[in-house]
Design a protein around this ligand. Sequence first.
Ligand SMILES: [Zn+2]
Length: 481
Amino acid sequence: MKPIIDIHEHVFRGEDIPLKGFLLSRKYEWYISLFAPILFAVIAECVRREKAQKRGFICGLVLELVYKYMGQGYRNWADILSIKEVADVALRMIETFDKDGIELYVPLMIDYEYWFKSTQEPSIAYQIDAVYRDIVLPYKGKIHPFAPFDPARELAHRAKLPGPDYPDDGPPEKYSSLELVKDAIRNKGFIGVKIYNTLGYRPLGNALVDNERRRIFRDNKMKRYIDFTGEQFDQVLSELYEFCVQEQVPITAHCVSNGVEAYPGASFDFGNPVFWQEVLDRFPDLRLNLGHFGWSHPDGYYPKAHWRRIINQSILRIQKTVKMRSYRALTEPSRAGGEKTWVREICEMLVRYRHLFADVAHHGVVEDKDIEKYKAAYKAICADFPGAIRKRLLFGIDWHVITRVANYQNFKDKYVEVLKDGDLFTDDEVDDFLGGNALHFLGLLPLDTKPEDGWTGNRKRLQSFYEANQIEPPAWFTSTA
Ligand SMILES: [Zn+2]
């Protein structure tokens, strides 16, 4: 029996992230940009206010305009982001997906503070503790999160520089990001690390993007972090990878070009999956999951329609010539630029690196108009890369970010429909996708597994964690021992 494991979702509240800074980092029509600073301050404040009925007239009105502009789905998301207690966010997740038989949820925590214009949030240490106390312990083995790592926070801590909320003469950054990660893994029931390259750092090789990274700090009025060098970023990241290999801790990296990023197009400077190759060459035992499979658009894989790429290439060439590299062109250079798409790039890497995985979080399979495209794409992938994905594809929904999409509740059924189409995946391979592969990625294999056959680190840690906290090990845990 293989358990069903959702490897990728989120439980943060609006209060936990620099919402206003994030909104300010995006590109908008001129009439919105004009009012952006005030508008986004109001929106952020309103979203953080609990429950629609308590928001008051102004907030109600502003948010209605936002939904009109962005789409009605944002209403669902804003309501979840407004929830006051993180335990209630988790409860909402479980109530939504228990129908899918999910036995283990793996929420990914995020640490955005150093990469967007700053506003006051509860400290990341407080957030980790709240998740431990209010979610991990009470849910007794049903929820085991990933802890966030931020190399900028680590460097600020080492240089004794103040955190983003403080002036230059403020108190030094209190928390070592690496120590927070280690403590969460060793003592708090966390089972992995989340990395977010599109915020402004590569997995390694950061000297090549010194200018781009420094521009982020300058634009966000955090000039004191400009002195950090690419080598220093590589150094703290290497220390993280060493720890992860030594203690058998998996990493999930955000890997898609149209999600959260430091500035429009930053994904391409920092987030391309090929940047991970150096890490996987240097740390061949590392278990890495490239979140979202690098797949941002239903046509992302190009099952056929070669001609379309040729047309897109010509369009880009013309755009470059007349110097109008529009945001659209920037967001889809792999489609328009004739380079390999990220999905294809990852497929090639899956062949080359045996401990690399990819999760399917947030793919647009719940939309009827797109599901056929995913079916065609998977057929093409399985033909182009025989045997490459069946043992490496991981199930994840990306709740609550996905609540903006209609019918997101059907994500699991729709994804299974895609993979089973034309008997592409057998029942057993579907079970691997839904949880069997995750046991390998997470290092939850039985304790007598030989080291060359896989990791058992998290099984060992969770066993002691359950004992120490008098938690009866859940069925998914004992049935896979
Ligand atoms: Zn996500």
